[in-house]
Design a protein around this ligand. Sequence first.
Ligand SMILES: [Zn+2]
Ligand SMILES: [Zn+2]
Length: 299
Amino acid sequence: MPHIGQVNPLVTFWGTRGSISTPGRTTERYGGNTSCVTILYKNTHIILDAGTGIRNFGLDIRDELGRPESQQSLHLFLSHTHWDHIQGLPFFQPAYNKDAIITIYGSPYKEKFLASVLKGQMDKEYFPVSMTVFSADIRIREISEETIRFDDFTMLWQEQVHHPGGSVRYGLQINGKKIIYATDVELDRIFQGNSSNDEEKALARQYLEFVHNADLLIADGQFTEEEYSSKVGWGHTSIPLLLDVAYEAQVKQLAIFHHDPQHSDKFLDEFWMANRSRFHSTYEKMDIFWAREGLTLEI
Ligand SMILES: [Zn+2]
Ligand SMILES: [Zn+2]
């Protein structure tokens, strides 16, 4: 597992599953924990979403927090507050560590305040202790600025409209590299919609510019084409459309993320085997892979 002091950013997938965690033997290869990805650069950890995968990340850095040389500030960026993106937070050990500073960022465009949503999931009807037992310094921020800068990081963000309740995509610029996290969005609505609709055209352009030339794009690819036809409006993207759009945006590496709970390892492997030669010939130069829990990439 990655540790502080790395030269290049390290991206680690702690949870790759969408919607609900899916533990068990049929998902052990690609993972059963819900959305959580971390980026480590120098002494700073960026965390993207707090699905159940964040629990293992918290255990992994437990010893690191409290060491005098370590930077104890953690930056958690939430795409949105659906269960599969926040449910690990009450089980995140650093939240109970008085030496940790955790800044939680989220969209300012919600009906409810971010802090009240996060506190709400630890209401006694749902969880045995309230958020007040967190001994870390927790700072909850609805993003107000266009660009967030700290340490060596520049974080850009955009609201994604085609997901029930909305969601945020994040673009991290770091060490000359561009890493995009854009999950929980129904790109089919933008790119396959009515092409004469100016609003959709603008959204498409905005998306392509945001992800253009990314060194790594971590993106929602929950459905096959057939599955998508019965899930229009559910807020997720079909895999073939994602591939086309990422290729058009000249993405270098594409991690297909937010796997459907029904997609077993066998299903994903068979899908891959059936399509891989077509992928290689159609999308040459773009490195495509299934996001896999436990995978660490140096960018
Ligand atoms: Zn989700
Ligand atoms: Zn969602």
